[in-house]
Write a protein that binds this ligand. Sequence first.
Ligand code: HEM
Length: 525
Amino acid sequence: MLYIYHFSIAFAFVYILRFFQQRFSSLFALRHVPGPKSSSWVWGEEKVLYYNTPGALYLDWHRTYGNVVKFTGAFGHQLLSVTDPHAISFILGEGAYQFPKPKGVRAWFRMLLGEGILWVEGKEAHEKQRRSVGPALSVQSARNLTPVFYENATKMVSQWHKLLDAQHSDEIVIEMTNWAGRFALDTVGRATLSYDFDCLRGQPHALAETLDGLTNHEKSLTSFYMKALFWLLPSILHLGKKGQMIRKTRKELGDLATDILKDAEAVSDPNSKTLMSLMRMILNYSRIITSLTIIYTVRADKATAAVRMDEEQVAAQMRTIISAGYEPVSATIAWLFFELSMSPEWQQAIREEVSTAGDPTFDELNNAYPLLDAFFLETLRLHPPVLENHHEAAETISIPLSEPVAGSGDLHLVIPKGTIISLPVNVIQKDKSTWGFDADDFRPERWLHRGTRTSRELLAFSVGPRGCLGRNFAAAEIKALTVTLLRHFAFSCPHEIEAFQSFVIRPRVKGEGSSSLPLTVRRTL
Ligand code: HEM
């Protein structure tokens, strides 16, 4: 007993020593980096960040201090916010595996989704997972799945017509965040898992409610403590009501994944590339290999070669894809329709642009409708659902800069091991030197003259080896829905809308507790 007591004291001592040692070496190494004065000794900037409009402080800081800003988190730990183009290219590109996700973020993904692609780190392990999931989300897969996107969009249209008919009216108020969520969940379910959540026809699926319940709520003190402390103490995620909710969501996602996997016919079509069939294939081969206890050398298919997974790993991948395909897509749909509601001219112009006979193909959605494309990109520029891209320096490392920090004259910055870095996507996508003096304004026309833009592209999907695998899928489903809805309805919004931080950034009526976007929808057909 005494032994355990001494061991615990020693362990706590070493931990505290390491914390302070890291803190002081970080303070010293980053002493010349400018940034705001800490507003609280205990919480640093965490409190003001948590209670302010999402992304607003980062915007102020970078416009005041430049491309690299130092600020303080809870108990004085140093964080960097970086918008320097060379530094970003390095962190997300060549240096991607030296800047893994911070431990707290990984703990969140592990607890909620399991050891899937959003959690995994290390070049080899990550590339393996990317090879296992990638073919299901490739351009060709998105092309093949486009009819599913239209089927779901059409279901939504007929449900709205039913609601209008029931009220004997041509105008109705629709809660867009709710319908956007139903569309996103049904679409990711059918297209990747061959599973119909059937939220568009019936009620929202219990899973959507659980996912929303976890993140889409008024700001609470417990959530704040968790958000402020999980960088330093990832295990805090297990505590209290929030911990229970994370476990509940994981269980529901896991049960569903297991059921879907069990119910699915043994899909052995080697040409099928849906996530479901790839996962079944990997699982079947892994089982055979395990039972034969030989080294895995079977070449099932280029996509699955050298990938072996057990049921839990497959379930982790399925949970990850459901979550990745649900949250940012539903938020983007909501923001896009909010912006359409604010702009009757653009609404009409896009409606006319897409008023061709028949549903546009995947390639047409990509290339044939410049106004639709410009509107989609501008929505992602001003409303990136993933506001910050977080990383942690795995080692002390020197990163390139395009301009020196605070007159140091050096085009490199040495980042101490363990420093947490935020890449604030909203600031990068509003940078006036790239996007012009009107960078803060929603102006889709800027995308119609691409030649005038400089080198920076959107970061909303991130870039590099860890960039979003579902971007083609997302663009096609969102555009297919937009085309279909605009052919039937006109939209307006009588409310003042603000950005609200849930897991992703969603719209809400100003001052309300959780995300909400009541749109007035009028029949045009
Ligand atoms: C508008 C919609 C979407 C946005 C804005 C978006 C954004 C992002 C971002 C920023 C990342 C990088 C996350 C990080 O590094 O921490 C990411 C990763 C990922 N996204 Fe998306 N995403 C969207 C839709 C989708 C869809 C529909 C799917 C799949 C059905 C998907 C699957 C993935 C996967 C698998 C990754 C992990 C990639 C990796 O780590 O290698 N995403 N997404």
